[in-house]
Design a protein around this ligand. Sequence first.
Ligand SMILES: CC(C)(COP(=O)(O)OP(=O)(O)OC[C@H]1O[C@@H](n2cnc3c(N)ncnc32)[C@H](O)[C@@H]1OP(=O)(O)O)[C@@H](O)C(=O)NCCC(=O)NCCS
Length: 166
Amino acid sequence: MELQRLRADHASALLAFELENREYFAGSIPDRGDEYFAGFDARHAALLAEQETGTIQFHLLVDDAGQVIGRMNLIDVADGAADLGYRIAEKAAGRGVATAAVKELLALAAAEYGLESLRAATTVTNLASQTVLTRCGFVPSGEVVLSGKPGITYTLRLRDSGGERG
Ligand SMILES: CC(C)(COP(=O)(O)OP(=O)(O)OC[C@H]1O[C@@H](n2cnc3c(N)ncnc32)[C@H](O)[C@@H]1OP(=O)(O)O)[C@@H](O)C(=O)NCCC(=O)NCCS
């Protein structure tokens, strides 16, 4: 599998991924709504334009057959920090895919995008996501309400901003 920065030619594979997993995702995070699917092409173009400004960095996880099996997104990129979000296809779940992909994204976030810290949040009932975050080094930092449900915020320092790096 490969982590690829979102591109224009990803549109149809990404739409297929979102449609195929719509019900599955809605079990743990809010559904995107019919308007997301109806306006997919325009939204895809808008995301790519936004990505060009550097305020978001979206990535797809693509398997050897070229199918999208996950998304790994950085949003609100500013001042050396960003929010992390992700989703993995039902057929690829429970095999360590999210954990491996988040770790890869952390390396990219530091080396490619020059970030120093990341934020994340998940609901208290999303044990899979909590496991992914803590395994990747995120530390709980507070409480939050996510679409009306109690949640936990997390932070991760990507690199030491002090001067002791030789
Ligand atoms: C959360 C999500 C990304 C995890 O992806 P994944 O590839 O299955 O994650 P991993 O396999 O790397 O790790 C998940 C771990 O949580 C465990 N887990 C899964 N469901 C669990 C549950 N209900 N209770 C406890 N542990 C659970 C898995 O067994 C695994 O641990 P293990 O390696 O010891 O078996 C995926 O389930 C998903 O996309 N869910 C829907 C969208 C979502 O919730 N996104 C996150 C929003 S914050």
